[in-house]
Design a binder for this molecule. Structure first.
Ligand SMILES: [Zn+2]
Length: 210
């Protein structure tokens, strides 16, 4: 714990000083260009992997980078309200749904009720990826699925599924049709530092390179 107190002190005295002009500019408001929907995993650090500065990414992070399908509700919906705010108030120009390798949330889709009995809210949350689990179980043993790891298939198809869920939001669908917003699905590989972008045309992920 001492380390993070030390970190706060160092931030103020070193990093903050370095970006003083930027922070002065940001004091009165934000104008982020991108809504970044990522996993809560501590190994995925959106500003680090995109080399972005404060003010650029509006972030939503949850277990397994999920996008709950749109529905009108009186409940407290954290992810949905953050998406709504980013699109309707901040007018972001891009949405990135970013999954990653070795995702514990995706792996938990295959755990039993017994194994998840101490985390009932996580178990409920993971239901959002039930169609992903179903797809993987149906395809992993086919000719095409044979050479692909179950974890990779789950993590990548989850990204595609959550991107598709974005289109259930009427205000996103409208902006996308009017070409006012770009939508991306990314896969971050922890071991290599590479990020793969989903290519809708051929239905596969290709590494982002120059
Ligand atoms: Zn994860």
């Amino acid at each position: 714990m001492d380390d993070i107190f030390e970190g706060v002190f160092k931030f103020k005295n070193e990093d903050y000083e370095k970006y003083k002009d930027l922070f002065a500019e940001l004091e009165n408001g934000q104008n982020p260009h991108t809504l970044f929907i990522g996993c809560s995993d501590s190994r995925v650090v959106p500003s680090l992997i995109t080399k972005t500065l404060p003010g650029e990414l509006f972030m939503v992070r949850n277990i397994a980078n999920m996008v709950p399908p749109y529905r009108e509700t009186e409940e407290y919906v954290s992810t949905t309200s953050a998406i709504e705010f980013a699109i309707e108030v901040l007018n972001v120009k891009n949405i990135v749904v970013c999954g990653h390798s070795n995702c514990g949330g995706c792996a938990s889709l295959y755990k039993s009720e017994e194994e998840l009995k101490n985390v009932p809210h996580v178990r409920k949350w993971l239901e959002l990826a039930n169609p992903v689990k179903e797809y993987v179980l149906n395809n992993i043993n086919t000719k095409e699925g044979k050479n692909i790891q179950k974890s990779l298939m789950t993590e990548q198809f989850n990204i595609v599924h959550q991107v598709n869920n974005l289109f259930t939001y009427p205000f996103i669908k409208e902006k996308y049709i009017n070409k006012e917003i770009n939508i991306y699905g990314w896969y971050y590989m922890i071991a290599t530092g590479e990020v793969y972008n989903y290519d809708k045309e051929n239905g596969s992920f290709t590494v982002i390179a120059k």
